[in-house]
Write a protein of this length. Structure first.
Lengths: 638, 413
């Protein structure tokens, strides 16, 4: 039959239509499967396709001082992210960003090493506003680049508060795995030291999540996809400190620029920390947005150790400031009365177990009562007092008072004081059984005894109160709890304070450097052995101040490394800090000329002074000739 | 009066109305494909150019539908020779263009760029129709298929060299359609296709071995219907296909290999070759039953869809019009194709019937492969959708083919 016969054509047409039906049916079935049966799956996928989640940073809690002044708050900053993409295109994007954000090649390599599959890459935590403006203007040229308003930290009086408040830095890999930082995400900022570290969980708040809509090349087309912020950020809680920011700044101002050391001021009413200053200092604002490598290397490599918080991490031989502790322990144990004189008067030294123990004053102090012994820092008196206490009692009570523990301040880096807890200490450290005579050194604040300035301040707080010492606290509010107490009668405390008063009274070594118009400062100098430079000992002054005839309202301890003289280097810091605080507390205008010595140097009359210098004599140096270095090897400093 | 004029102009009003609707819909979708979050110079205004091309195409249709069948028969051989030379020339002077940047299929005449392959497709249909239509007997023997296979094979080989695998499929469609309409038994067509089948199956040795055994057994059973030479040639070509498969595979460009691999599993390379199929599926699937609305497709707007105004225009339809839109469009194509079958059937003239059915084969391949690739039914090859995809030459040639169809289908012999 011919192919063109109508029947043949009809048969073929039927075959063709069947074939056509099969082919189109196949298509329809497939479209039905994709568009109807599995549609929801693809709808989800199409959303995922165009959504990128970026963290929405929570503003960190503000830190206030006791008067409501802001120590740390947030200002708007701009963080630059690159959204997830294949490695090549991220690298390309970073290279394009290099000139705008001044990224070094090394920085690009570092960032590339941190790319994670589904997380946006944080390129710059704190981009300059010009760069941000440029990037926004040329958005089309920077696909995958996303800019998020990110609150950034600002520290007021940064250099003054650095060691208290600490700083932030990006969470480390180890921290991410730790129990404490569960729920944190890479790239988040966490407190590294100080208050920022201590109250991290409180201040942090909770990071939110923002849904971005992006197109195929990663350009952000919708900042807040359909208004959906899946997880709004929860701001961190504010924190109020006992700190007095103005006092802190004042101390930063008066602390000699070239000197190193620490000043601690406590409120004896509750142990609240009014000031906690360590020098040299640094500016925590340098850490905002990531510290640059040079600044970090300079801070870390500086032999003066600016990052070290000397108030809680610096441990120094307490020297004569400790004699008050010896006296306190003796009174507490009842082995002495304030009026009692020691049997052996000071003749410049005394014999003990065949060794001649020197006093720092070769001509001797004669016979002294407790207050006189403190005022003159007489070694001979304290040798005998130590022997009365006995080595075991000394170790036990000093341990009770926490001299070999942390004082429990709410800061992360505090180191415990160093003081033997028992006789075993000598065996462990020095390899011998201690003789009873070890107590002689300990009574003077020498021997194996190193304390932080904060610890010494806590002890003096007990003397400014009723013998009990609360734990020093930075955070305001809450019950501080009493760390320990000395069982002292009112009379005993008065006797101890009388000793301190004679130090700063006319004729005392620290009179000129501490005498103030409105306030009475009492305290004890100390000259601590310095293992780094025996000729330039560390200078201490531990004291308290308040209205004349009233109770002390502030306890201040100052330590100046290599300061040599407690009365010349450390005492003025204490007096000036106390004056600044008390004047403001009592509504008296602040003056920069504060101590008697400053009045005299400035040629200003000081009618309130009870003793005038003899003309021509340099008041600041009065008493200097009598001041000597600690008598080595077993002498005591003042 | 006007209706009568239109009727006269259209010659076959149902078919031409369907094609006009499809073309208009195509322009609308090309417009929509240009509605992007971040406008692109490539797609923006493409619909206007397509409108201009449609005007030209309708002129072409009018002219083509007024040319007598015998003229086409007469022009078949010169057109075939000419277009084959043009195809060969593209290998030397061809340029890539637009979305087909990688395939040097265009010839640039300065004032116009066109793809010779579109002319070659029609010319091949004409020459095959002329050759097969002039045979008195139905080609019931394998050796009678050699000449037509060669006629289609020359342009096919040339486009494979470009390389343009999509058009190669079109030539295969044309060959098999015309052979079928010429009365070739289906079993013979299967045997003709067997080397190709063998090529595909040779990627699995066991599968190929089984297939080869079946083929040999089949040839033995039907030993009286085939010449021995034919059987031996079949066995040999199948063997050859099995052995050249590996070298042939290696000779494919990387992206072509990937397209075949991701057809089997799009997730092999989700960022690369699998990207297109995944994004297309996501667009179509997220359209759901009723679609996201005209111009409102988000996948499209955000530029996730590849080639969305040309080869993947159907994905935009799927996203914006949903299953209802895709089904109606597929059924509209079904109507057009069925109409072509009807016109072939009604043509007593063998040449006319063969040309119309050849165009049926051409369009069926384009439609099935293009739409099928957007939903992962077939591997992705760069092949446009007739009347819908953006592209001047292709629209013009499709309407010329439509002109041929209505002329040959309605010419009184």
């Amino acid at each position: 039959m011919k192919a063109t016969h109508p029947h043949r054509r009809r048969d073929r047409a039927r075959g063709a239509l069947v074939g056509l039906a099969v082919v189109l049916g196949l298509l329809l079935v497939q479209f039905f499967r994709v568009q109807v049966v599995r549609s929801s799956e693809y709808m989800l996928r199409s959303e995922e396709n165009r959504l990128r989640q970026v963290p929405l940073p929570a503003p960190r809690g503000t830190i206030f001082d006791r008067n409501g002044h802001i120590i740390a708050d947030n200002v708007p900053g701009y963080a630059v992210y690159v959204l997830p993409a294949p490695l090549d295109s991220i690298r390309h994007t970073l290279e394009r960003l290099q000139p705008t954000l001044s990224l070094s090649d090394a920085r690009v390599a570092f960032l590339m090493s941190r790319v994670q599959r589904h997380r946006p890459l944080l390129v710059d935590l704190d981009a300059p506003i010009e760069a941000v403006a440029f990037l926004q203007e040329h958005r089309g040229d920077f696909p995958g680049v996303y800019i998020e308003m990110q609150p950034k930290r600002r520290y007021h009086e940064g250099r003054a508060v650095s060691h208290v408040v600490g700083y932030l830095s990006e969470i480390t890999a180890e921290e991410l795995e730790s129990e404490r930082f569960q729920g944190y995400e890479p790239g988040q900022l966490v407190g590294r030291t100080g208050i920022e570290r201590q109250y991290e969980e409180l201040l942090q708040g909770r990071q939110g999540v923002r849904n971005l809509e992006v197109d195929a090349s990663g350009r952000v087309v919708d900042q807040d996809f359909q208004g959906r912020v899946t997880n709004p950020a929860v701001p961190g809680e504010d924190l109020r400190l006992n700190l007095d920011l103005e006092l802190q700044a004042w101390i930063d101002h008066i602390f000699p620029d070239s000197a190193r050391g620490a000043v601690v001021a406590l409120d004896p009413s509750d142990g609240g920390i009014l000031a906690l200053y360590s020098a040299p200092t640094y500016d925590p604002n340098d850490f905002v947005g990531g510290i640059d490598a040079d600044t970090w290397a300079a801070l870390n490599g500086d032999p003066r150790k600016p990052l070290l918080n000397r108030t809680v991490m610096g441990r120094y031989a307490p020297a004569s400031t400790w004699k008050v502790a010896t006296a306190g322990i003796a009174l507490d144990l009842g082995v002495v009365t304030p009026e009692e004189h020691m049997p052996i008067p000071c003749t410049g030294g005394m014999w003990h177990n065949g060794l001649y123990r020197r006093c720092w004053k070769p001509e001797g102090h004669g016979s002294l009562d407790l207050a006189g012994a403190i005022a003159h820092s007489c070694n001979v008196y304290f040798y005998q007092l130590g022997l009365r206490i006995g080595l075991d009692n000394m170790l036990r009570r000093a341990t009770d008072l926490g001299f070999n523990r942390e004082c429990g301040v709410d800061l992360p880096q505090e180191l415990p004081g160093r003081f033997p807890a028992d006789r075993q200490f000598w065996v462990d450290v020095f390899g011998y059984e201690p003789l009873e005579g070890e107590v002689l050194s300990l009574a003077l604040g020498q021997g194996p005894n190193d304390q932080t300035p904060l610890k010494m301040a806590q002890f003096y707080v007990a003397l400014a109160r009723d013998g009990s010492a609360p734990a020093p606290r930075l955070r305001a509010g809450g019950d501080p709890g009493h760390a320990w107490r000395l069982d002292l009668s009112r009379g005993a405390i008065e006797a101890l304070r009388e000793g301190l008063r004679q130090v700063t009274a006319p004729g005392g070594t620290a009179y000129y450097s501490t005498a103030l118009e409105y306030w009475e400062v009492i305290g004890k100098t100390g000259t601590g052995q310095n293992p780094q430079d025996p000729d330039r000992p560390h200078a201490w002054f531990a004291g308290m101040a308040g209205p004349r005839g009233g109770e002390p309202e502030i306890v201040v301890v100052a330590l100046v490394e290599f300061g040599e003289s407690g009365s010349a280097a450390a005492a003025p810091l204490v007096a000036k800090a106390a004056d600044f605080y008390l004047r403001r507390k009592h509504g008296i205008p602040v003056d920069t000329i504060q101590t008697l010595a400053e009045h005299i140097r400035a040629g200003r009359p000081a009618p309130w002074a009870r003793e005038r210098p003899t003309p021509g004599e340099e008041p600041g140096l009065r008493g200097r000739p009598t001041e000597t270095r600690p008598a080595r090897p077993v002498g005591g400093g003042r | 009066m006007i209706r009568a004029l239109l009727r006269r102009w259209a010659v076959d009003p149902p078919l031409v109305t369907a094609l006009l609707l499809l073309s208009a819909f195509g322009i609308a979708m090309i417009y929509s494909a240009g509605v992007l979050e971040t406008p692109s110079p490539v797609t923006e205004g493409a619909w206007l150019r397509q409108v201009a091309w449609l005007g030209l195409a309708l002129v072409g249709f009018t002219v083509a539908s007024r040319i007598p069948a015998r003229w086409y028969e007469w022009v078949a051989v010169p057109a075939y020779v000419f277009s084959t030379i043009l195809l060969a020339a593209t290998l030397v002077v061809g340029t890539g263009a637009g979305t087909a940047e990688g395939v040097e299929s265009f010839i640039d005449l300065g004032f116009i760029r066109f793809q010779p392959v579109e002319i070659a497709k029609l010319a091949t249909i004409l020459v095959l129709a002329r050759y097969l239509g002039s045979r008195a007997e139905e080609p019931t023997q394998l050796r009678r298929l050699v000449a037509p296979a060669l006629l289609a094979g020359v342009p096919l080989g040339l486009v494979v060299l470009q390389p343009d695998l999509g058009s190669a499929q079109a030539f295969i469609g044309i060959l098999f359609a015309t052979l079928y309409w010429a009365g070739t038994p289906v079993w013979l067509l299967v045997l003709l296709a067997s080397p190709g089948l063998g090529l595909i199956l040779s990627f699995d040795t066991l599968l190929w071995s089984g297939y080869f055994v079946v083929l040999v057994v089949y040839l033995y059973i039907n030993r009286y219907r085939l010449f021995l030479v034919e059987s031996v040639a079949l066995v040999l070509t199948n063997l050859a296909a099995g052995t050249v498969a590996q070298p042939l595979w290696n000779s494919l460009a990387r992206y072509q290999q990937n397209r075949i691999l991701v057809f089997l599993d799009p997730n092999v390379d989700p960022r690369g070759a699998g990207y297109q199929i995944i994004q297309s599926l996501v667009a179509i699937g997220s359209g759901g039953l009723a679609g996201k609305g005209f111009t409102l497709g988000t996948q499209k707007q955000l530029d996730f869809l590849p080639e969305q105004h040309t080869d993947f225009i159907f994905a935009v339809i799927g996203e914006e019009w949903g299953f209802l839109g895709t089904a109606v469009t597929i059924l509209a194509f079904g109507f057009v194709l069925a109409r072509l079958v009807k016109l072939s059937q009604d043509s007593a003239d063998p040449f006319a019937g063969l040309v119309i059915f050849g165009i049926f084969g051409l369009w069926l391949v384009h439609i099935f492969v293009n739409i099928g690739m957007t939903v992962g039914l077939v591997p992705i090859t760069g092949i446009p959708l007739p009347f819908l995809s953006y592209g001047g030459t292709f629209l013009l040639m499709s309407w010329l083919a439509a002109g041929l169809v209505v002329r040959l289908g309605h010419e009184e012999p």
